[in-house]
Design a protein around this ligand. Structure first.
Ligand SMILES: C[S@@+](CC[C@H](N)C(=O)[O-])C[C@H]1O[C@@H](n2cnc3c(N)ncnc32)[C@H](O)[C@@H]1O
Length: 493
């Protein structure tokens, strides 16, 4: 790719990243077997093999000092017991303070500028951005996207938003306590993030959203000594973070260099090496994918801002694992429970009892319909919840509580001490489920029609995003219809 725009092109940034890794971080970039290139609209850039790689070839090694994580950033930010920043918080704080302006490069003088300059400049197409930037008044396309999301995706998005706000609040408290940290920002004064509580805090939240999304969509597990693997063992890693996701197995295998070094080894402890997969040869020019995890489309959409598209028949042919979350409809069933001949107070006590019992036994939520393995089926968690709901509709209720003996039959099934509560109970929960499937299917059809109407005539990332939202609805429709067919065919789950 030629550099005709004064060094602002992706190709120029990639070259500067390699020069920085080579000159300043001691990486041997002559060994690099990959390059970043633009891919289709929506997916941004991807990582491609530059030569034929036999299985388990070293593709590249990133020196540990070029990684952004607790090890490399903690020395830059004072910590005290009441302001200890997590990995996500400290990395996103660093990005916030050194965010590039427009198409310019990041001016981060500490080390990471050439890397920060390669990050996406905007997350306009990410659903969290729509939520954070939504105007109080007026119709926007982003607002229409939010209104047209399936309830299951909308729920996950609001959970992500809560996680984001928690980190944002911690960063605001941190900056208010350590105001001198703001002086280390390399951003021009006019672009400077203002601490929480000042008139410009809406700019700060949008800026922080950009920083946070970079961490959320691009970081990878990396062990940091003495840190919680779930919470703090995360890093941003140059080069690797250009790799897009695929449902199939990863082409790229991460290996952290251990403490034991053989004399003459080129890498050192903690350097991050990436090898080609063990079971295939990679062709020159082939895009290299990383499997981000076994996430369903709802999670990919909310966390990463895209979905794995699929053809409708792919679900029936088991080429695609479809999933529909029915949390809201099961909750609706619970809220609709009315014991016969009992008043409103008794009904709400029973609903509460049901929720508490499911919670105590660890069966609240994650109620899904799944297309595979066939036959299309409800998850075991969903069957368990529906058995209890059906029991509550058909048993004697006193003061909003089912008798201990009735409840015990449900627990016995849970613990594997008996196969079913009763034939009636089986018929009952299957009927409830058929009703839920019909609701999901009807709602999805309406969602498809409404989304098509509301979001017509879009171009670029917006047109691409509309297809993603339609895909979410289509998945719900196809999976719900498939589970309804299984129920009608009398499949045993
Ligand atoms: C680790 S980055 C990968 C590099 C990124 N494409 C870029 O341009 O910098 C993750 C982001 O890439 C995009 N992405 C990854 N896999 C994708 C896929 N299979 N289809 C569409 N977009 C994808 C999403 O925006 C995701 O949040």
């Amino acid at each position: 790719m030629g550099d005709t725009d004064g060094g602002k092109s992706e190709a120029a940034r990639w070259s500067r990243l390699l020069r920085w890794l080579d000159d300043k971080q001691g990486m041997d970039t002559s060994q690099l077997a990959v390059e970043a290139r633009s891919v289709e609209v929506g997916a941004g850039r991807g990582l491609f093999a530059t030569k034929l790689c036999s299985p388990s070839t070293i593709l590249f090694t990133i020196p540990k000092n070029a990684l952004l994580n607790l090890n490399t950033l903690r020395p830059l930010y004072p910590q005290s017991s009441e302001t200890r920043l997590s990995a996500v918080q400290i990395i996103s704080l660093h990005l916030l303070l050194h965010r590039p302006v427009g198409e310019e490069d990041s001016l981060d003088p500490t080390a990471f500028g050439p890397y920060i300059s390669t990050l996406p400049r905007s997350f306009a197409s990410h659903p969290l951005t729509w939520l954070v930037n939504r105007p109080r008044k007026g119709k926007t396309t982003e607002g229409l996207f939010l209104r047209n999301l399936p309830p299951s995706a909308s729920d996950v998005l609001h959970t992500l938003y809560a996680r984001f706000l928690e980190d944002y609040q911690t960063i605001c408290l941190y900056l208010n306590k350590h105001r001198h940290v703001l002086d280390t920002s390399s951003r021009p004064k006019a672009e400077f993030p203002k601490p929480y509580g000042t008139s410009s805090s809406s700019t700060l939240v949008a800026d922080y959203c950009w920083a946070w999304l970079n961490v959320n969509t691009r970081s990878i597990y990396y062990p940091v000594q003495g840190e919680d693997p779930q919470k703090n063992c995360l890093t941003l890693c140059p080069v690797l973070d250009f790799a897009n996701h695929s449902e199939a197995s990863s082409h790229i295998i991460p290996v952290v260099e251990s403490g034991l070094r053989s004399p003459g080894a080129r890498t050192s402890a903690g350097d991050f090496t990436f090898k080609s997969c063990t079971d295939a040869t990679l062709e020159a020019g082939q895009q290299l994918y990383l499997r981000y995890g076994g996430h369903c489309n709802r999670i990919l959409f909310v966390e990463y801002g895209f979905v794995n598209s699929f053809k409708s028949e792919a679900i029936a042919r088991e080429k695609f694992r479809g999933e529909a979350d029915v949390q809201d409809l099961v909750e609706e069933c619970i809220r609709g429970l009315k014991p016969t001949h009992k008043g409103r107070r008794e009904a709400s006590a029973l609903q509460q009892w049901l929720m508490d019992t499911l919670e105590e036994e660890g069966y609240w939520g994650e109620w899904t319909l799944d297309s595979s393995p066939p036959p299309a089926h409800p998850s075991y968690r969903l069957i368990t919840a529906l058995r209890l709901i059906q029991l509550a509709t058909s048993s004697e209720v006193n003061a909003g509580v089912l008798s201990e003996s009735a409840t015990q039959t449900w627990r016995d099934v849970l613990r594997g001490h008996r196969e079913l509560i009763s034939e009636d109970n089986e018929r009952g929960w299957r009927d409830i489920l058929l009703g839920i499937c019909n609701r999901v299917s009807q709602r999805a059809q309406e969602g498809l029609d409404q989304t098509t109407r509301d979001l017509s005539g879009l171009e670029g990332w917006q047109a691409w995003m509309r297809e993603n939202v339609l895909c979410l609805w289509r998945e719900e429709l196809v999976v719900a219809d498939a589970v309804a067919r299984s129920l009608r065919a009398g499949e045993v789950f």
